[in-house]
Design a protein around this ligand. Structure first.
Ligand code: CS2
Length: 487
């Protein structure tokens, strides 16, 4: 058995492996990151690791809201892990930015100390859409069980919003303002949404606290991008081959990576601009383009591709009929919904994304992208539909991923497979109730206000999804071109 990746073995790695270019032991924490999942470790943590070569105490303390696995795995290897970049010639980079991982159920006091430490200048988050506990109108969902718990027990929060507010309350009492709170999730206007949720929560705790947050703390919007398939056995083996030592928790991503950050900070930050991060006053255009073009087509490939029996993004985009459909969807309905004049060439951006999907070295499971459809589709597809309807543009093809999602739910129920979604119980309950009646299931799902909001009452939208469902029920690998053409 080979030795493990640790600070001792770090000095003996092959020359081809990139290692942290700063004296790691001398650098202390400056960031607390809530939700240190694979995406954060492959993206923001890598930028921060590289930026530390230009100075600064920006080590990261990760805060896991639930699972203790990462804490255990990383602590066994001195909080080091490797990133495998999947390209024609895959390479490995060891990331040293983490100083520790804490878990809410085990380390509540240590987490509070980290969040309120005067040397912590950034609280960042990747908690996925559902972690924000928002209603479909973008307000804090005060009927959410975690938010109800936290409003009743503000000193022992279980939600990320409650945790941030309790840390900011301490900072308010100490008048410690030099901190910025950064959302790194795939939500349109992520900083504004986070700010609103925090303000609405804080106002209920203490109005003066909300006022202080409003006046002193910045919540920049960001656009994050890099395709990051979940860790699997093949990756663990590849990492070991490249490292010559065993990393029990490596991560992987494509070579392409982008981070666009609104340049509004209420405290110091790493020199991220030196390592490829873009700072701008207008993140919205980048965010909209990325969410609608990349994430919108990703979800479409996930649901339609699964109905076609495909497993990965590469397999799905290699299907000629599906590739053609995605092209039509992009050029007739998604690109016209985005106003990017003078900021970016949308057509070239979309082509580059399709090329990224065609990377044969990446095995990105459609089932991973299909998670949490009830949370993702509003940002990825429904907002685009709304904009198109408002401009009297067509939105017919945009209703296809919605129809395919509904059939995907029915399929999960029929195949007795897990549906990963915070609304899984409701959705599978409907699939059971309407077993064999896809029209009934469609009507019931489209009636869920927490997903569709005012679109639940839009006759055109409901009729279009129903008609797609009728066609897609027939879809299979042999008739894909014919069926997709008639949608
Ligand atoms: C994907 C994203 O899992 C998903 O839903 O669409 O994680 C996607 O890979 C990233 O946003 C790419 O930046």
């Amino acid at each position: 058995m080979s030795a493990s990746l640790t600070k001792q073995t770090l000095t003996q790695l092959p020359a081809s492996v990139k290692v942290p270019e700063y004296p790691r032991e001398e650098r202390s924490r400056g960031i607390v990151h809530i939700g240190p999942g694979a995406f954060h470790r492959a993206h923001q943590a890598v930028y921060t690791d590289m930026a530390m070569a230009y100075g600064g105490n920006w080590r990261i303390t990760g805060v896991s809201m639930r699972s203790a696995t990462l804490k255990q795995k990383l602590s066994e290897q001195d909080n080091l892990y490797s990133l495998v970049v999947l390209d024609n010639d895959p390479y490995v980079q060891v990331v040293g930015a983490f100083d520790s991982v804490l878990v809410l159920s085990e380390d509540r006091d240590a987490i509070m100390r980290a969040l309120t430490d005067a040397n912590t200048h950034i609280i960042s988050l990747t908690i996925t859409e559902k972690g924000y506990c928002l209603t479909s109108n973008g307000d804090l969902d005060t009927s959410h069980s975690d938010i109800m718990h936290d409003l009743a027990n503000p000193d022992t929060p279980v939600s990320a919003i409650g945790l941030i507010v309790s840390a900011l309350k301490y900072r308010f009492e100490q008048q410690q303002t030099d901190i910025t709170v950064i959302s790194c999730d795939n939500l349109a206007d992520n900083g504004k949404k986070l700010h609103k949720a925090v303000m609405q929560f804080a106002a209920k705790v203490q109005p003066a606290l909300a006022e202080w947050i409003g006046a002193n703390i910045c919540f920049p919007c960001t656009m994050v991008d890099s395709i990051t398939p979940a860790t699997d056995e093949a990756l663990i083996e590849l990492a070991e081959q490249k490292l010559g030592v065993k990393d029990n928790w490596p991560i992987q991503r494509e070579a392409f990576t982008q981070w666009v950050v609104e340049d509004t900070f209420s405290g110091p930050r790493p020199q991220w601009e030196k390592v490829g991060v873009t700072f701008t006053d207008d993140v919205a255009t980048f965010e909209n383009a990325k969410l609608r073009i990349l994430n919108g087509t990703h979800s479409t490939l996930a649901y339609v591709g699964t109905l076609l029996g495909k497993q990965t993004v590469f397999e799905a985009i290699s299907d000629e009929a599906l590739e053609h459909f995605i092209g039509e969807l992009l050029h007739t309905e998604i690109l016209p919904s985005i106003n990017a004049d003078g900021v970016m060439d949308l057509s070239a951006y979309a082509d580059a994304i399709l090329n990224r999907y065609k990377n044969r070295h990446i095995r990105h499971l459609l089932s991973q992208i299909a998670w949490d459809g009830s949370q993702k589709l509003p940002f990825r597809i429904l907002n685009t539909i709304r904009d198109n309807l408002a401009k009297s543009n067509d939105a017919t093809l945009l209703c296809v991923p919605i129809a395919a999602w509904i059939l995907f739910i029915a399929k999960r129920h029929n195949d007795q497979e897990e549906l990963v979604d915070p609304l899984a119980e409701t959705l599978l309950g409907l699939a059971k109730q309407y077993h064999g009646d896809t029209q009934g299931l469609t009507a019931a799902v489209l009636n869920l206000p927490q997903v569709f909001a005012e679109l639940s009452a839009n006759k055109w939208f409901k009729d279009t999804v129903q008609s797609h469902v009728t066609r897609l029920v027939e879809l299979n690998a042999d008739n894909a071109a014919d069926v997709l053409k008639t949608l």
